[in-house]
Write a protein that binds this ligand. Structure first.
Ligand SMILES: [Zn+2]
Length: 85
């Protein structure tokens, strides 16, 4: 896993602006619904390490060297609910 890229996403997620731009709603099945202020919604599964955002789907999930990297939304969910990796 690329530590540098992981830290990049983590910084983006933990920037104070991220908390006002997004709201995170835990769902019953253990996943999270991340809603951006503009209405965009993504589904995050921390156990599986997946997110439905384009950044994850088109970039992280497709590149072997990025395996295990969390996108901004996953970091945001983890930070909001006291989980870390
Ligand atoms: Zn994402």
């Amino acid at each position: 896993m690329s530590r540098r890229i992981q830290e990049h996403y983590k910084r983006r997620a933990t920037a104070s602006r991220a908390y006002s731009d997004y709201s995170v709603v835990p769902l019953e099945d253990g996943t999270y619904r991340v809603e951006k202020v503009d209405g965009t919604t993504y589904l995050v599964n921390l156990d599986a390490g997946t997110c439905t955002c384009p950044d994850f789907q088109r970039r992280i999930a497709r590149r072997e060297e990025l395996a295990g990297v969390w996108c901004k939304h996953m970091h945001l969910c983890a930070a909001s609910f006291g989980r870390s990796r």
